[in-house]
Design a protein around this ligand. Structure first.
Ligand code: LLP
Length: 424
């Protein structure tokens, strides 16, 4: 992680910048990200897949900040989008990046398809026959060819939270492998559709390489068949989903991201080796950005109800919903560590009126004081991008740090931002 205490008395830093200084300057709650860390993670991926023709399409949903998309775009990343809004973000960064965009999602609408067709994206990942029909209709209407890849459902189980597991037949995602050949025949019949790829995505926060390898092998075998059937398949999209270790503390070095990417790449490269002349597409989100980010928050109050201790902070579930939604674990560390502080066990909770509004439960930690700053770690993925205005709370500001330079990449919302669309 890019977060560390430079010495025993110093505040927690992200790269060369103190989180205390950032909180003073921009207020809390505040998202901070390390640009260099994101670049390093991207390069780690790029090196691991260098042996084959490939394109790394960052999953925009993980973190859709324009400045972060721009940083990745400059390094040559493509993008995995799931809505017209995400495509607009990519186009805002660079119109030409459209040719590196793949469009996923089970519910694409006609206007979204039209925007994608006009911008000339690389691939549509089609997830149903109904969607295929609509895409054919829009493409012929606009006289634009659509490159199609079917997202197949490989029926592979991967150990993760049930809400973010997607590769089993009972999930809403993809088309059954057994039906795929028939659907590709339908693709081939349309003048404005071209069968170009096969894609798969088995879920998120998967920490083992094996299920990725198993899914890719099934897809590789299908590509062999499809080519025999006469389809010009050029892309195998292995989806995203590589997980990180949320449980590891700041000083814990047991998680080696380079090693994890190596194992992941080895499993995929093994599968792809059986398919000549293929470009491998990857859709990592979390692995590139999660550990680059932290949510900095200030302790408002401490209170005790019966035997339970509560630390009430100024960030809430609307800013970072992962603990509430998936009982996700996030490490929480003090920005200014106090030597000799007694330890305590407490729930760290936000001001929102929901029992689910917590960041940690029964967490052992050094006793905190009212007014002090805490950093919620590994918040760079599915943090700000999943935030809301629940309880009419304005969303946090975001700061991107590179070396000793900190740049405000999104100002804190104001109440006017919230009220503007309304009438009465
Ligand atoms: N590709 C597709 C088609 C996806 O659906 C996803 C994530 C990704 C790529 C990127 O997956 P990643 O590499 O980030 O695991 N909100 C949840 C995660 C939801 C993931 C949804 N799909 C969380 O906070 O854990």
């Amino acid at each position: 992680r890019p977060f560390s205490y430079p010495d025993r008395r110093a505040a927690l830093h992200v790269e060369g910048v103190s989180l205390e200084a950032l909180a003073r300057r921009h207020g809390t709650p505040l998202y901070v990200y390390s640009a260099d860390h994101i670049a390093q993670r991207f390069d780690l991926f790029a090196r691991a897949f260098a042996p084959v023709s490939h394109l790394i399409c960052f999953a925009v949903k993980a973190n859709s900040a324009l400045a972060i998309l721009q940083l990745l775009e400059k390094r040559g990343a493509g993008f995995d989008i799931v809505s017209g809004g995400e495509l607009e973000r990519v186009l805002a960064v660079n119109k030409k990046a459209a040719e590196r965009v793949v469009f996923s999602g089970v519910g694409k609408t006609a206007p979204e398809m039209d925007l994608a067709l006009r911008s000339g994206i690389l691939l549509f990942h089609v997830e149903s026959e109904g969607e295929l029909e609509l895409l054919a209709e829009r493409a012929s209407k606009l006289r634009k060819r659509a490159a199609v890849s079917l997202r197949v459902n490989p029926d592979v189980f991967a150990e993760t939270h049930p809400y973010i597991s997607t590769g089993l037949r009972e999930h809403k995602f993809g088309i059954e492998m057994a039906r795929a050949r028939k659907v590709y025949r339908a693709v081939a019949r349309h003048k404005y559709l071209e069968a170009r790829g096969v894609s798969v995505h088995i879920g998120s926060q998967i920490r083992m390489a094996e299920p990725f390898g198993a899914a890719a092998e099934r897809v590789a075998a299908l590509i062999g068949q499809l080519r025999k059937d006469g389809h010009g398949i050029r892309f195998l999209d292995a989806g995203g989903g590589l997980g990180i270790e949320y449980q590891a503390g700041l000083e814990d070095a047991s998680f080696d991201p380079a090693e994890r990417v190596q194992q992941y790449a080895a499993a995929l490269l093994h599968a792809v080796a059986t398919v000549p002349e293929i470009t491998l597409l990857l859709e990592p989100g979390r692995f590139l950005v999660a550990q680059a980010g932290a949510l900095v928050t200030r302790v408002l109050y401490r209170k005790q109800n019966g035997a339970k201790h509560f630390v009430i902070v100024d960030a809430a579930m609307n800013d970072l919903i992962r603990p509430a939604l998936y009982q996700a674990h996030h490490e929480v560390v003090p920005v200014l560590p106090r030597r000799g502080a007694r330890s305590m066990v407490a729930d760290i909770v936000g001001p929102v009126c929901e029992t689910g509004d917590f960041f940690a439960r029964d967490r052992a930690m050094a006793a905190v004081r009212e007014g002090e700053l805490l950093a919620i770690l590994d918040a760079g993925a599915y943090g700000m991008s999943l935030s809301s205005n629940y309880n009419s709370r304005v969303r946090p500001a975001e700061v991107l740090v590179s070396g000793k330079r900190a740049r405000l990449i999104r100002r804190r919302e104001t109440i006017n931002d919230l009220l503007a669309p309304e009438k009465f």
